[in-house]
Design a protein. Structure first.
Length: 135
């Protein structure tokens, strides 16, 4: 098995599929138990309203999406560099063009993933706040 060629589009699809499958599950599990500030011996900041597990999950996902965005921008730069320095070589120019297109697709997927995470987080947070209120 050759490990020199990695299909980054397939890897991105797998990561996106896992994120889409695990995000609602993580939010559902986060609603089970919300420890108070004293549970961790003062390790949590009690003065801020963002101490719930939902907020931690959203922050971790936002950090991961930020890292993925930086990697996609790096591949965009690499593809542009390959394309510009191809010096008329069609094969190298084609690889550069393909890298640019895949990086742009990755950026669009990352932006859509960010939007999905925000919508799911707001939906779960709002449904959790209104669950005990009378209608």
């Amino acid at each position: 098995m050759k490990l020199s060629k990695i299909n980054f589009l397939k890897v991105g699809e797998v990561i996106l599929a896992l994120a889409l499958v695990l995000t609602p599950t993580a939010f559902a599990l986060a609603e089970l138990y919300q420890p108070g500030c004293s549970s961790f011996g003062g390790a949590l900041r009690c003065d801020s309203a963002n101490t719930g597990i939902n907020d931690i999950i959203v922050k971790v996902l936002n950090i991961l999406l930020g890292v993925a965005f930086l990697v996609a921008v790096l591949f965009l730069v690499i593809g542009g560099f390959r394309y510009i320095t191809s010096a008329g070589n069609e094969e190298v120019a084609g690889k550069g063009r393909a890298t640019i297109i895949n990086a742009l697709i990755g950026i669009v997927v990352i932006i859509l993933s960010y939007v999905i995470v925000q919508v799911v987080a707001r939906t779960v947070t709002n449904s959790g706040n209104t669950a005990g209120s009378p209608t």
